[in-house]
Design a protein around this ligand. Structure first.
Ligand code: ASP
Length: 355
């Protein structure tokens, strides 16, 4: 790929010790209105022009831009791979990484990267904006400046953050626990089932107890294989048998995230359970994730989820749909056997779910 690389001139003395790599993928943060008044991504120079304060950081800051900035609605697993490679190739040269990304699929990309990067000991901070940087009320300035601050924060010479996060509207969240929950206010993201990792006010207060603890001696490696033969089936009252049958007959389908009610409850009519059972017998993995923002899947708590355990539906516990679908694609792409995929799905890989 033809990345554009720009070194930002900062007011720091000749050789700042700490360094940050910003990766610009696109999103509202850098968008401008085109002729028909819809928002389209623009290149990073516009972002820099509008936030000149960045140059006051006593840091070495480099920006790598995707050749064509994209609206994150068009992100694909190929882009996740590109991001992972950029981080991998530049890992030893920078203290932290900030990824500017559209908000629509930021939680998916952050989840995917958390699974791809093994042995991470540096901060990867995703951020973006709800209003483009050129607008007087844009949230881009605060989001980007604080994301850089967090990505460069160290204690006793070690980075405070050692994981993939989303920083947005004064809170730092674990990436694979986050969900975009609002499209019209600045508080776009929430992590309902895991505490915020930091809050930004006059000081940035870190929630040390909830941060990932890096493994001693860990070395960064990446795994970049996603199997896209997955789908999400969301339950609703009135869901028809023909729909479910034709859903499970999708050719080459390997895994399904089943979005269930409450604590993992489904329609328990015989036809529905039979459809699930037939699919499982044909080798399709079914991963049970709740539609509720809070709480978790507990198969067997109600009559309406008892049979799921018996037929081999796997419980997603408190995982989000975003983390569940990326984890399923990742494990199907990287594990050698379906047995291993099933074993790893139900346990946390990168703090995306509780035990
Ligand atoms: N559609 C935009 C995107 O995800 C929305 C945003 O950035 O807020 O790229």
């Amino acid at each position: 790929m033809n990345y554009k690389i720009v070194n930002i001139r900062t007011t720091a003395e000749s050789d700042p010790q700490d360094s940050i790599l910003i990766i610009y993928t696109g999103g509202t943060v850098g968008m401008v209105f085109d002729e028909d008044a819809s928002l389209a991504p623009f290149n990073f120079s516009k972002v820099l022009e509008k936030i000149p304060e960045i140059s006051q950081f006593k840091l070495k800051i480099t920006v790598i831009s995707f050749p064509v900035p994209i609206d994150s609605s068009n992100i694909t697993p190929k882009n996740w791979g590109d991001l992972a490679y950029i981080i991998y190739e530049n890992y030893s040269q920078y203290d932290g990484f900030v990824i500017l990304h559209g908000t629509d699929t930021m939680a998916y990309t952050a989840s995917a990267l958390s699974f791809m990067l093994e042995g991470l000991k540096k901060p990867i901070i995703f951020t973006g904006a709800q209003i483009p940087v050129g607008h007087i009320r844009s949230d881009a300035r605060e989001n980007l400046i604080t994301a850089i601050e967090i990505a460069s924060t160290k204690e006793n010479g070690e980075p405070v953050i050692n994981e993939v996060c989303i920083y947005f509207n004064f809170v730092l969240l674990r990436g694979n626990r986050s969900q975009k929950v609002r499209s019209s206010t600045f508080a776009a993201f929430e992590s309902h089932k895991y505490p915020a990792l930091a809050e930004s006010g006059i000081f940035i207060e870190y929630n040390h107890a909830s941060l990932n603890k890096p493994k001693a001696g860990a070395k960064l490696t990446i795994k970049n294989m996603f199997d896209p033969h997955v789908a999400i089936l969301k339950l609703f009252p009135g869901l028809q048998k023909e729909v479910v049958e034709s859903f499970f007959s999708i050719p080459d389908l390997k895994g399904v995230v089943l979005e269930t009610y409450g604590s993992g409850n489904t329609i328990n009519a015989d036809w529905f359970i039979q459809c699930l059972q037939n699919a499982i017998e044909r080798g399709i993995i079914i991963f049970n994730v709740s539609q509720c923002a809070g709480g978790e899947v507990i198969q067997g708590r109600y009559e309406t989820s008892k049979k799921l355990d018996q037929i081999g539906v796997l419980s997603g516990g408190d995982i989000t749909t975003e983390a569940a679908v990326t984890k399923l694609m990742f494990l199907l792409g990287t594990e050698k056997s379906m047995k291993k995929v099933k074993q790893k799905l139900v346990v946390p890989l990168k703090g995306e779910m509780d035990f």
